[in-house]
Design a protein around this ligand. Sequence first.
Ligand SMILES: [Zn+2]
Length: 308
Amino acid sequence: MQITERPAGRLAQGGTERQPGVKWFPILLAALSVFRAVSSFRVFAALPASKTFPVLTALAALSALSAFFMGCAGGPSTARLGVAKGNFITVLIDPGHGGKDNGGTSGRLAPFQKEKDLTLDTAKRVRDELKRAGLRTLMTREDDHFVELDDRVAMGNQLGAGAILVSIHYNATGSSRPNGVQTFFWHANSHGLATRIQQAVVSSTGETNNGVTRRRLRLTRNPEIPCVLCECAYLTNPTENAKVAQDNYRQLIANGIASGILQEYRLGDEGIPSVPEIWAPLSRGFDKYAPTKKGKKHVRHTDEDARG
Ligand SMILES: [Zn+2]
């Protein structure tokens, strides 16, 4: 694939182009908060009795809607942290694969494990850690269902500025030898995040450090917010497959990912070597998604389109 330098003018702000973001979202929250506040005062004491009930009903509905939106954004715990040097407050956590797409599997190794289950479990642990720390969290899926890669990208783009996307995967190859942790990024504004997550997962798990790799995947190139993809371990490696089968080991991985995110949140790219922004066309999507055939090894995992 041809990769060319991005024109200098578009690099002036030191990042990738960003969408204006979902500007109506905070406005809606503010408006609903006002309604909630109003509903707590007795301002409709002056209303005729016949109109009080519909007004109360409307306010109750608005309060419920407000609570729903606040819940989507991570709940009241978000008040604990403001925007720091990382310039984000929301983390979109993406458990790779799901539903008809198993992702990689451990093949003949015992215990038999599917990547889609491990990514979901790990993502929930990361979410819990980040929530505890006070960041807003969202998930691209919270159960075992399939989400198109382009829809995951769209979710990130809809959040816009102030959000990052962290995709969680487990690796699988045709050989049992490869092992270790690797984190992918594409945009220059994601290098710090990738570096911190990679270092934190390696230090938390003691696993082999396969470093940070710049690769144009659909989930590292197409989102307009900082985004990285972490391959936490190899399911096709007997030792790592046995380790990730344990709850406490997946917790170590999640602790590492969360710790890397929180470091980036606090410090931004401070101390991270800069990399040039590289212009490249959007990564192509599948015309049609081809699910992994039953019994067939998921070897397309190294293909950039299969992973993201
Ligand atoms: Zn994967």
